[in-house]
Write a protein that binds this ligand. Structure first.
Ligand SMILES: Cc1ncc(COP(=O)(O)O)c(C=O)c1O
Length: 376
């Protein structure tokens, strides 16, 4: 039974629509991997993955899923999902047996991982697919370019691994194309091409070459190659202004808990962080930073009530926040819907707007809604 009214609604039709947009941009010969790491950017990995893998027409289904952790891949397999799964974070020191057993495909950038995977595959009597990763400028995961040749020399020792894919990750693919950061994408692509040449010279012929996240997918068609790896775009957030129309997937709402009439000069929230400057109607909402609604939104964000934008006043508390509804012409009362993210009537609060108020990026807002907020 659900008692508290705070919920995150996930529009799976919108998710499928956005996959269609991605497909339309890449054409039929390019595979699409849906990034569903981080619990599908906070949307619920299992239900999103089921929605993206179960469409009746094959072209409406996604080709791969991308997770960060082996555990996230295991969660999808436990839900009965048989689509190929790429573990973007690699296998780690303890993941090799699980990867082999669950038919996951890890990104490989570390000799120790290669050794453990090779041993696990040999023990299981199978061959293990891997996608090699080169670091061309993200400075995070991937074999550093200067070590690439030596890494490949060592890789040749592991006879149970099949190099199915070859990838890198762009650091600035959502920047304007004609900017210094945009030019850095071209430099990363040049370094990737150089590493691919070395790989081929060693006799490898990876079937899936891939570099593009959402920004790359929209802005750099020449780098789509065999597969693209969108995340954000699928959840309805445009990585650049040229993105075709996407549908937002997540909305978060609650209901007004109480409304109080306060006189002028009354204080609201911790540290008296808001003081009324007129007689005010203040609605208390049962949502706070323990739900992933950032504390910093107090004094900055707006919430939709009765189709009107109402300011959040005072700092957001752990479980509650306060909204000034003085200017709402309708009589606001307990039980009225309050929309924190999403549309109400003709009004909408987008995740980009919420992120700007919180001085962060849409990714962090989406991933931040906590388990306490049921996904429906
Ligand atoms: C390796 C890799 N590929 C693809 C993605 C998806 O990126 P985006 O959500 O920007 O499309 C990510 C996300 O960070 C990633 O780490």
């Amino acid at each position: 039974m659900r008692i508290r009214p705070t919920v995150a609604a996930v529009d799976l039709d919108a998710l499928r629509h956005n996959l269609g947009v991605a497909r339309g941009l890449v054409g039929p010969d390019c595979a699409v991997l849906a990034a569903v790491k981080g619990d599908a950017y906070g949307h619920g990995a299992v239900r999103c993955a089921l929605a993206l893998s179960s469409a009746p027409e094959p072209q409406e289904r996604v080709d791969w899923f991308g997770v960060a952790l082996v555990e996230e891949g295991a969660q999808l397999r436990a839900a009965g999902i048989s689509t190929p799964i790429l573990c973007l974070g690699g296998v780690g020191r303890f993941g090799a047996d699980e990867v082999v057993h669950l038919r996951l495909v890890p990104v490989l950038y570390d000799e120790g991982d290669a050794e453990r995977l090779d041993a696990a595959a040999r023990a299981a009597g199978v061959r293990q697919r891997v996608h090699l990763k080169v670091d061309t400028g993200m400075g995070r995961l991937g074999v550093p370019l200067p070590h690439w040749g030596r890494f490949l020399d060592r890789l040749a020792r592991f006879g149970n691994l099949d190099v199915e894919g070859f990838m890198t990750h762009f650091a600035t693919a959502d920047a304007p194309v004609d900017s210094a950061d945009g030019h850095f994408v071209l430099e990363q692509a040049r370094r990737y091409a150089e590493a691919l040449k070395t790989l081929r010279a060693r006799g490898y012929a990876p079937r899936l070459r891939h570099t593009c996240n959402s920004g790359g997918l929209v802005q750099y068609p020449t780098f789509h190659m065999d597969m693209v790896r969108p995340g954000l775009l699928l959840y309805g957030v445009a990585p650049s202004p040229e993105t075709p129309r996407l549908r937002p997937v997540l909305s978060v709402s609650t209901q007004v808990l109480v409304v109080r009439d306060l006189p002028a000069r009354a204080s609201v929230s911790y540290n008296r962080s808001f003081v009324t400057h007129r007689a005010s109607r203040i609605a208390t909402l049962p949502v706070g930073y323990a739900d992933g609604y950032p504390r910093v939104l107090g004094g900055r964000a707006q919430v939709l009530i009765a189709g009107r934008r109402c300011p959040v006043v005072g700092v957001v508390c752990m479980d509650l926040c306060m909204v000034d509804v003085t200017d709402v012409p309708d009589w606001v009362e307990a039980g009225d819907e309050a929309m924190l993210l999403g549309a109400q009537g003709d009004a909408r609060i987008g995740v980009e707007e919420l992120a700007a108020w919180a001085e962060t990026i849409p990714y962090e807002i989406l991933c931040g809604f906590s388990e306490r907020v049921p996904r429906v």
